[in-house]
Design a protein around this ligand. Structure first.
Ligand SMILES: [Zn+2]
Length: 295
């Protein structure tokens, strides 16, 4: 199988990641105080402003399961990328990536709750300040068969231009658009991770979405599948610490003004959610759930 050969070649050639997390925001590149001074224009977008107070971890469950934890259904852990106070990338209209991640992850969660074959679990629904490895641990605790991190993309800072939104200076770049899929060969199930990445890429293409290859040109990220927009990113912490197949999806480029507008359109997001759901249900149909869940 061509993709597996490509992957094995890629896995053999990869050493330690020498590139910064950059736009992917494995860990937020800026401190919370720096983020606050960016003064995003919350009114300019449909997404809501993050909470200004930190939720209490003890008051908020780390996960919200779609139904009882003893389900024998195929379980997907949907991880909401970043945190309310460390929001990741900032959109062209000054909105934190976290708000886009939370909204889409919740819509995906609601859609998959209606699935006959899939049990969704939402990781860190309350926005508690949990570590990246803790997210993967929560997925294990919920006996997840698949881990999917939901993110939204930016570009390298040097590509950003300035513009004014409601009297405030914001940054944008309209030159890149589309989704990106990442997997790690350091994950416990690398071939299965690539298998789901391939299924997901196919589903997104079939639904009319296009991949962006800017992580190759801007960060020298290794492309595993150019047609479907799949990259290797071995040291993404949530992917390499997950005990189950794991993939990170950048749903779109929020510094692109037109793409940000699309991602704020419920009908567009519904198409995205349907494509992701079909990929998950496709995998569920061909995968045995964890044996321990059947006891
Ligand atoms: Zn992110």
């Amino acid at each position: 199988m061509r993709i597996r050969i490509l992957f094995l070649q890629a896995a053999a050639s990869l050493g330690l990641c020498t590139f910064s997390a950059g736009a992917l925001a494995v860990e937020p590149a800026k401190s919370p105080s720096e983020r606050v001074t960016a003064a995003p224009d919350w009114k300019a977008s449909a997404v809501s402003r993050p909470a200004t107070t930190r939720p209490s971890p003890s008051a908020t469950p780390a996960t919200i399961p779609g139904e009882i934890a003893t389900s024998t259904k195929f379980t997907i852990a949907i991880d909401i990328g970043h945190l309310p106070r460390k929001g990741g990338a900032i959109s062209a209209h000054g909105v934190f990536e976290y708000e886009f991640n939370r909204r889409l992850a919740k819509e995906l969660f609601e859609r998959l709750k209606t699935s006959r074959s899939v049990r969704p679990v939402l990781i860190n629904a309350g926005g508690a300040e949990i570590s990246l490895p803790k997210r993967a641990e929560e997925a294990s605790r919920q006996k997840a068969d698949l881990f999917l991190a939901i993110h939204h993309d930016s570009v390298k800072d040097s590509y950003l231009k300035k513009w004014e939104v409601d009297g405030k200076t914001q940054k944008y770049c309209d030159d890149f658009h589309g989704y990106s899929i990442f997997m790690s060969s350091k994950n416990a199930k690398p071939l299965e991770s690539l298998g789901f990445a391939t299924t997901l890429g196919r589903a997104l293409l079939d639904a009319g979405f296009t991949p962006s290859l800017h992580h190759e040109t801007q960060e020298n990220r290794l492309v595993l599948d150019r047609e479907k927009g799949i990259y290797a990113f071995d040291d993404l912490i949530v992917l390499k610490t997950a005990k189950m197949p794991a993939v990170l999806l950048e749903c779109g480029v929020i510094v692109n003004r037109a793409e940000e507008a699309k991602l704020n359109d419920p009908a567009y997001r519904n198409r995205l959610v349907e494509a992701i759901s079909s990929a998950v249900e496709n995998l569920a149909a061909t995968t045995q759930s964890s044996p321990e869940k059947k006891n």
